[in-house]
Design a protein. Structure first.
Length: 221
């Protein structure tokens, strides 16, 4: 379960405060895969970062006993001057993996990401897609209660997208997903419930199809 208590999140702009969430209270039930929808700029990625504990509300609280992955499509947490291999090793050490587990993770991420020699080059020269591949592969090496995914399934060529979805389906046999995507077929395939973020509010729907219908209505306004 994830509980938002009177959560407010805004950014200051030249035209005043831009609210992502404005005094929102909501409970997201356990054991459901949730798709997050909203217009560009509505705050979907910000919500993911807050749920994952790498961004915080201006006021209120987000409470959950669960563990969360880093947002798999947002690779800003990598150290740019370090190589992909070094970043994988560094993250594994932070999470307390043994030397044998680290070597297993390095080989697993290298194989999954399919970035070739770039794996041993500094991440600062990576494209955004390469960073997302590395982030996705690294997340698969850990066991979280929730995988947080921001559009990663649309990265790469068709074969890589198929591989990513296959790996995700296997992974979510033992965890749940919070997924931002503009692909309605992917949302319908993976998610049970949905959240629509709009005008500083978020609306929870038990059926992903109802969330998609609401999102479509907002886009027609």
């Amino acid at each position: 379960m994830i509980e938002l208590k009177n959560v407010t999140k805004y950014y200051k702009t030249a035209n005043g405060k831009k609210y992502i969430l404005n005094n929102v209270s909501q409970i997201i039930p356990s054991d459901v895969n949730v798709g997050i929808l909203g217009r560009n700029g509505a705050g979907k990625s910000t919500l993911l970062r807050m749920l994952g504990g790498i961004d915080f509300p201006n006021s209120g609280a987000i409470i959950s006993p669960n563990s969360f992955s880093w947002p798999m499509g947002l690779a800003g947490g990598f150290q740019g001057s370090m190589t992909g291999r070094q970043n994988v090793k560094f993250v594994c050490r932070i999470y307390g993996k043994t030397d044998a587990e680290i070597e297993h993770a390095i080989e697993g991420v290298k194989e999954f990401a399919e970035i070739g020699d770039y794996f041993d080059m500094p991440i600062k020269i990576y494209s955004s897609g390469m960073k997302s591949r590395l982030s996705f592969g690294l997340s698969l090496m850990f066991d979280f209660d929730y995988l947080i995914i921001d559009e990663t399934l649309s990265v790469g060529d068709k074969n890589f997208q198929v591989k990513s979805k296959k790996a995700l389906r296997k992974k979510i046999e033992n965890c749940n997903v919070l997924l931002v995507s503009h692909s309605m077929p992917i949302l319908k395939e993976i998610c049970h419930a949905g959240i629509v973020v709009n005008a500083g509010q978020m609306y929870y729907f038990e059926d992903i199809n109802d969330a998609i219908k609401t999102y479509d209505k907002i886009n027609k306004q």
